[in-house]
Unconditional design. Structure first.
Length: 168
């Protein structure tokens, strides 16, 4: 995955549309399914919890399937990019301790993965207006820059490949 420049205003407006559409479709479809099941198969005791639960589960599955199908739509480009970026950063985060130890020893692949993680996190936090922890990110970046200078490693995130994480 490569980092892309994203228009924050466009991303936020499209994300809000996706969120509102998801909430509305989940509410409407789960109610429609559960009420249909209650009408067709009423329970003598008056408890319809299982039909309500089934309506929510079926609606959730349909919603996820719809989102996956719509992921490649041009209007979903920014939202899908952030979704993919979060998944890529999560893969790196799971191996963070090993990556930090290897980077400290001068491993260029570990340093490149950390550089991608820091730049991706910075972009993500700026898109979501989550700049509270930016100082800790800057400190980690300074530490990585020191290792890169010490071991004479050039960190170009265009060369980052997620497959390199399998070594850690």
């Amino acid at each position: 995955m490569q980092l892309m420049k994203i228009d924050k205003t466009l991303y936020r407006s499209r994300l809000n549309i996706v969120i509102i559409a998801c909430i509305a479709s989940l509410a409407i479809s789960s109610l429609a399914i559960s009420q249909t099941l209650i009408f067709l198969l009423p329970d003598e005791s008056g408890s319809h919890f299982h039909w309500n639960l089934l309506g929510v589960v079926v609606s959730s599955i349909a919603l996820v399937a719809g989102l996956v199908k719509l992921k490649s739509h041009p209007k979903m480009r920014e939202v899908a990019y952030v979704w993919d970026l979060k998944q890529a950063l999560n893969l790196i985060y799971r191996k963070n301790k090993k990556l930090l130890a290897a980077a400290e020893q001068g491993n260029p692949d570990a340093m490149l993965a950390l550089q991608f993680s820091y730049e991706g996190s910075r972009q993500l936090w700026q898109l979501d207006d989550n700049t509270i922890t930016m100082s800790s990110l800057n400190a980690a970046q300074s530490q990585l820059d020191g290792w890169a200078q010490e071991y004479n490693v050039q960190l170009d995130i265009a060369n980052y490949r997620s497959e390199s994480l399998s070594a850690f």
